[in-house]
Every structure is written in C-alpha cells, then in structure tokens.
Design a protein around this ligand. Structure first.
Ligand SMILES: Cc1cc2nc3c(=O)[nH]c(=O)nc-3n(C[C@H](O)[C@H](O)[C@H](O)COP(=O)(O)OP(=O)(O)OC[C@H]3O[C@@H](n4cnc5c(N)ncnc54)[C@H](O)[C@@H]3O)c2cc1C
Length: 376
C-alpha cells in the first residue's frame, strides 16, 4: 500500500450537501478535495420537489433550476382510495431531476476551485487524534485535517446513523413518459398518493418526464411480494393516480430502490466529523423538505467552520433549527402510513384545507435560520 496522500479539507460524497460544502470552502480560498463514488451523472431515489428555500440556496450557489428545464409546481393534490383533496401551495415550487441538478452543483463546486475526484469510493474512515484517514477502494488512503461527511443515504462503514425514530421504509423511484393528456393533467401539480403502508408523489420534471417516488413499509411490501405487485395494487386502488398513469411508459427497466431510510434522524452530538445533508438530518419525504436541509446544513457547516466556530456549536444550532419541523414531519408521515391514516388523512385535509398549507409551511426550515451566502 502506498503512503497516504494528505489534504486539508476532505468532503466525502458529491450530492447537493457535499457540493455545497466544496463550493463554499473553495470560494473562501480553502484547499478542499471532494470524493464522489460515481464516475458520472446518476439518478437518485428522490421526489425531485424543490421548495423555495432549496431553490434560493441553489441560486446563491450559481445554479438556476429553470435554466436546466425545471417544471413549476403550484398545486398539491392528495388522494387515497376514497378521497381526493386539492389545494394551492403557499409558494411556487420547482421540480428537476437529481440527475441534472446534482451534476450541475458538482460542476459549480469544481468551477469554484474544489478538487473534485469522481469514481472514488471511500470504504472506511478512522480518526487518529487531529487527523482522519479515509481508506479508498483499491487500497489507497487519504489523510485529512477536517472531514465533511456527505454520503447522503449511504452510511460509511462503522459510521451508522442509528437510532432513528422511523427506519422501516424502503424508497422507490422511477421515471415515466405519460400520454400528452396525462402530462397536461399533471402540469403544475404534485400528486401525493396514499396507500396501505406507504405514500408517494408524482410530478413532472424537465422534458415533461414524470417522476414517481414512493416509500413503503417493509412489512407492507412483503405482503405484495415486490415492486410490480405493489404498483399494480396502488393503481388498482387509487383512481386519480390510475387515470394519470394508465398506458404510460416506464423509462427504466426497473426502479431505483433505497433502504433503510432513517426518517427522523437528527445528529445531535459531534462525532469528530462535520456531518451534512442526510448524514446530519433525514426528514420524512413529502412531509418534509430534504434537499433544502441538505443545502442549508452544508452552507451552515461551511460558514461555521470558516468563522472558527466549533463542531459542537454547529450540531447545537442545527438541532435547534430543525427539531420542530422534524417532529411534525415524522408525526405526519406516521399518520399517513397508519392503519386508518391513509384513508383519514385526505379526508381530514378536505375538511380543513388550511391544515394542509399549515403543514407544508411548518415542516420547512424557519425563515430566520436561512443564510445569505457571499457571492461565488
Ligand atoms: C423516497 C424519497 C423521496 C424524496 N423526495 C424528496 C423531495 O421531493 N424533495 C426533497 O427536497 N427531498 C426529497 N428527499 C430527500 C433528499 O433526496 C435528500 O435529503 C437529499 O438527497 C440529501 O442530499 P445529500 O447530499 O445529503 O445526499 P445524496 O444526494 O444521497 O448524495 C450523497 C452522495 O454521496 C456519494 N457517496 C455515498 N457513499 C459514498 C462513499 N462511500 N464514497 C464516496 N461517495 C459516496 C453518493 O454517490 C452520492 O452522490 C427524498 C428522499 C427519499 C428517500
């Protein structure tokens, strides 16, 4: 094995959080290396719904989702077996594939001076006093003074994010080509659908492609014996969704899947690493706002590191900012997958439409916590 190469700042993972840290540190003149395991742009399990906060952070980083063809979302429609409820969102959201978005952010990090290395998989990470040693696949290793952990949904060996309050979900995602009439019916909407043991969302992304993402409890999936049977039973039961998808064409041979998803996880104690993105907080999908948290936590960690604040203080700040939204989103997610919840939730929102808007607003990052970043 060759002697470890040494770097000042190491970012592990080149999703939105990792790219944001790389970009912020490099823009401030720091030497930073980012390692991303994938060699090229790739799809990720995600609903691809961008809240205004996420869009604002992206714009501050020099990425304009509309230039990449993002679709707009102004309305939310929620359906279950018996009920459909519709409401205007309290904001305009955007929707863009992670394939396009993450690649653009990674490029911005590289343009800012971050040394981005693709196709490099970190197998292990060990801390030795003031230094951390990352062991790379292939036998090489890298020493770093400071490490930002941004591996998102994937835990590094021996750095698991457990326990979390709701970890029994499997996530799926697949892109579809709808018929022209279905595409028009979906335009400007995010369609949230509930079914026994899970829920999901359907919306357009760039190029009028439809993204279907859902989460399902492991036990509920077992009963259906796999993705195809699950999808067939959801469409069979949910008429509005069936109308939107009947006769549509799957663009991939099989869906992407991810498990476990530690919903409700919020890193509270320093671990010797600056954890950002999903490594710092995992808010339940569709009831919370994961990408804005990824971008915010990364921007906050970079800012606090650059101004000499402690890791301890970073985790305390993040916890104070996110814990209420996390609690509400986890509660909302639990309610939607409970026995009667998937029937009752749309019914409840049809009686109290303002409650749906309140929920959408209350699970986001508090306005006063949002950062204004220096120009890059
Ligand atoms: C079903 C589902 C639906 C969702 N829908 C939405 C939504 O609609 N809107 C929203 O805002 N959020 C949504 N989210 C949440 C959102 O996807 C995440 O919060 C966000 O992707 C976190 O970004 P990240 O940068 O932390 O991680 P990621 O985007 O997962 O990026 C991590 C990166 O690290 C790399 N990596 C991993 N391990 C290694 C390693 N060992 N070495 C090197 N590189 C590594 C990966 O290849 C990846 O590129 C959803 C999540 C799920 C599961």
């Amino acid at each position: 094995m060759s002697a470890p190469h040494e770097v000042d700042n190491l970012v592990i993972g080149g999703g939105l959080a990792g790219s944001m840290v790389g970009l912020r540190l490099a823009s401030a003149g720091r030497s930073v290396t980012l390692l991303e395991k994938e060699r090229s742009a790739h799809h990720k399990v995600c609903g691809e719904f961008l809240s205004p906060e996420a869009v604002e952070y992206l714009r501050q980083a020099g990425v304009e989702p509309l230039d990449l063809g993002a679709a707009t979302i102004r309305f939310l429609r929620m359906s279950s077996k018996r009920t459909v409820v519709e409401a205007a969102l309290p904001f305009t959201a955007l929707s863009l594939s992670r394939y396009a978005l993450d690649e653009r952010m990674l490029l911005r990090a590289a343009e800012s001076g971050c040394n981005v290395e693709r196709g490099v998989f970190v197998e292990k990470l060990a801390t030795h006093g003031q230094m951390a040693v990352a062991q790379l696949r292939g036998g090489e290793s890298l020493c770093a003074r400071t490490v930002f952990l941004a591996t998102g949904k994937h835990d590094l060996h021996e750095w698991d994010r457990t326990p979390a309050s709701q970890s029994d979900f499997i996530g799926f995602k697949m892109h579809w080509q709808l018929t022209p009439a279905q595409t028009e019916a979906l335009r400007n909407f995010i369609e949230i659908f509930l079914f026994p043991g899970g829920y999901g969302g359907l919306s357009l992304v760039e190029g009028d492609v439809a993204n279907l993402a859902l989460v399902v409890r492991r036990a509920a999936l077992r009963k259906k014996s796999g993705w195809e049977a699950l999808l067939a039973s959801i469409l069979d039961e949910n008429r509005p969704l069936r109308q939107l998808m009947q006769g549509s064409k799957a663009l991939w041979e099989r869906p992407l899947a991810i498990s476990p998803i530690p919903y409700g996880y919020l890193a509270a104690r320093p671990s010797g690493l600056w954890c950002v993105g999903d490594q710092a907080a995992v808010i339940p999908s569709f009831t919370g706002d994961g990408m804005s948290i990824a971008l915010h936590s990364a921007a906050l960690a970079a800012q606090m590191y650059l101004t000499g604040e402690s890791m301890d203080e970073y985790y305390r700040t993040l916890h104070a900012q996110l814990s209420r939204g996390m609690l509400l989103a986890t509660w909302g997610s639990r309610a939607m997958v409970s026995g009667a919840g998937h029937i009752f939730t749309p019914f409840f929102y049809s009686l109290f439409p303002n409650a749906m808007r309140w929920m959408a607003a209350s699970t986001r990052i508090p306005e006063q916590a949002l950062l204004t970043l220096p120009a890059t």
